[in-house]
Design a protein around this ligand. Structure first.
Ligand code: RTP
Ligand code: MG
Length: 139
């Protein structure tokens, strides 16, 4: 199948608020193929490792608390131009600034609890996908 890959998580607020199905539908309608997917939960160690790049940021503690507050859905998505197109689909980090129709505009509750994650580069997409699906996503 043609295309390249990005990695996403449906974050605890969106899972808690019952938006898994609607978000997956938006992802499919936008032309992404789901390559791997798992509903799971992050341990504190997982969240600190996943967001290590933000360790010095003032919101790091809040981010780790939030990302460990409930189940998440992790997935690898495939499409041409996957990383950039998925960032467009999810919208700005702060849902108040996200464009109409984006996943964060529709489903996020705050800048911290912003419904979904999307990788910010091809390199990070591969690192993040392997973090969750090291064995199973390799066909
Ligand atoms: P993500 O990595 O989750 O796709 O989000 P992003 O690129 O749009 O934003 P990033 O700068 O990478 O920040 C990662 C996550 O940290 C939380 N955050 N909280 N309280 C705050 O000011 C603040 N700023 C960022 C958000 O959950 C953001 O998605
Ligand atoms: Mg980011």
């Amino acid at each position: 199948m043609a295309g390249n890959r990005t990695f996403t998580m449906i974050k605890p607020d969106a899972v808690e608020n019952g938006h898994i199905g609607a978000i997956l539908a938006k992802i499919n309608e936008a032309g992404f193929r789901i390559v791997a997917m798992e509903m799971t939960a992050l341990s504190r160690k997982d969240a600190e490792a996943f967001y290590a790049v933000h360790a010095e940021r003032p919101f790091f503690g809040e981010l780790v608390e939030y990302m460990t507050s409930g189940p998440i859905v992790a997935a690898i998505l495939e499409k041409d131009n996957a990383v950039a197109d998925f960032r467009t689909l999810i919208g700005a980090t702060n849902p108040a600034e996200a464009a109409e129709g984006t996943i964060r505009k529709l489903y996020a509750t705050s800048i911290a609890a912003n419904a979904v994650h999307g990788s910010d580069s091809d390199e990070n997409a591969a690192i993040e996908g392997n973090f969750f699906f090291a064995q199973r996503s390799r066909h």
